[in-house]
Design a protein around this ligand. Structure first.
Ligand code: ZN
Length: 406
């Protein structure tokens, strides 16, 4: 069995650095020269080492399980977390029955109890629809709002992070909540292309399906200790765990009720809606605002139109007019990033909502093309076929050049 060894290298006032060494098997999926680190907005230097190591161990677990490797933790690890590992693994196995989650973990457990309880609960918040619904559902608990840089916003894209961090801070202020953020380079530690291939059978991308949920849940472990948190609400079916007396809970991540969450948010009082600004765009070069031209932005905008949000989609921070509607139509017919399998997951339900609310949707006729579009066949548009062909040629040429270069 291959070994992945994890140890703490340093823990400063706000930063934790770890070392991950591994055998040949996991080498395919991890960069050996990148040192993983996390930087927090708050002071974390009194967090025990056995809690500080949790984020790195948890983040590596899905890779270890799928490589059937043994994770060896050099020092002690939080007992609550260690006890939860088998349950977390079973959660992954249930979510992805077509894959085999093997491997094991070897570590010495130690119990940790935070010195004080400053706040009862926290919400992981990125500005997306699930995060907003979760925050609004728990707003009476006055949860700590936690945002993370290094997941949907690349750690190198400081401009986008500054914008998003500023907006999230303002959101916390608007609702009278405490706010904290953290930054991690873990996405640079993994070889995502190889991992996407490893889980191809599941139909999910590595980051969305296997990494993001558990990483978010784990990276807040030191904050659970600092604030003495009891519950942290995460919106991921694979983002649950325990650490130092705190439970990270899946707060209804079920995407089948995505439309219900939109309806719920649109039904909130006017003074609340005026404070909601979605951040859904995941374009790699995003400036931190919604580009209003990518699949994720279009999906959100069309859903807001479908549920007939009062005052239009502009109220939620999107630019939208007749020209944008035409651009959206063109996008679905020509952009190869919108595959049929992705579209079928979301768009038929949005179409049904359009039809249901036909009478009340302003300018329904402008969306006639959308309601009639057959998303099961959108891969067959001629332009897409040509573009996919040229993409294949480009990739093959690049590979050939690389071979010659060697
Ligand atoms: Zn976008």
């Amino acid at each position: 069995m291959d070994i992945i060894k994890i140890s703490l290298v340093g823990k400063g006032r706000q930063k934790i650095i770890a070392s991950i060494t591994f055998d040949e098997g996991p080498h395919k999926y991890l960069h050996s020269l990148v040192t993983p680190w996390i930087e927090y907005d708050c002071v974390i230097n009194d967090v025990p080492d056995s809690v500080a190591i949790v984020p790195f161990v948890a983040a590596i677990l899905p890779i270890a399980w799928l490589c059937d490797a043994e994770v060896v933790v050099a020092d002690n690890i939080d007992a609550d977390f260690l006890n939860a590992v088998e349950r977390i693994k079973q959660g992954f196995q249930q979510a992805y029955p077509m894959l085999n989650f093997g491997g094991k973990i070897t570590a010495t457990p130690v119990h940790n109890v935070p010195h004080q309880q400053i706040l009862e609960s926290a919400c992981l918040f990125s500005g997306g629809i699930h995060g907003w619904a979760s925050l609004m559902r728990h707003i009476d608990e006055k949860p700590l709002m936690i945002s993370l840089c290094g997941s949907d916003i690349a750690v190198t894209n400081r401009k986008a992070w500054r914008t998003v961090n500023k907006v999230n801070k303002q959101t916390a202020k608007d609702f009278g909540l405490e706010y904290t953020a953290l930054t991690t380079n873990f996405r640079e530690v993994i070889k995502e292309k190889a991992l996407n291939k490893l889980v191809k059978e599941s139909g999910e991308s590595w980051w969305q399906g296997f990494q993001q949920g558990i990483l978010l849940a784990a990276y807040v472990a030191p904050l659970a200790y600092v604030y003495g948190l009891r519950n942290i609400y995460n919106v991921s079916k694979t983002g649950v765990m325990d650490c130092c007396g705190c439970h990270v809970i899946d707060d209804d991540s079920n995407s089948t009720d995505r439309l219900a969450k939109f309806r719920y948010l649109c039904s909130l009082p006017d003074d609340i809606i005026s404070k909601i600004k979605f951040h859904v765009c995941e374009q790699p070069n995003s400036d931190g605002n919604n580009c209003c031209r990518c699949e994720k932005c279009y999906r959100t905008i069309l859903t807001l139109v479908a549920v007939n949000c009062l005052g239009g989609v502009e109220r939620f921070g999107f630019a939208w007019d007749d020209k944008a509607i035409r651009r959206c139509h063109h996008f679905f017919k020509t952009d190869i990033s919108v595959t049929s399998s992705l579209a079928m997951r979301y768009y038929p339900a949005i179409q049904q909502e359009f039809i249901k609310n036909k009478e009340s949707i302003h300018d329904f006729a402008k969306y006639d093309w959308f309601v009639k579009m057959d998303f099961s066949k959108i891969d067959e548009y001629a332009v897409k076929k040509v573009r996919r062909f040229f993409k294949k040629v480009k990739v093959a040429t690049r590979k050939a050049w690389r071979r010659i270069g060697r």
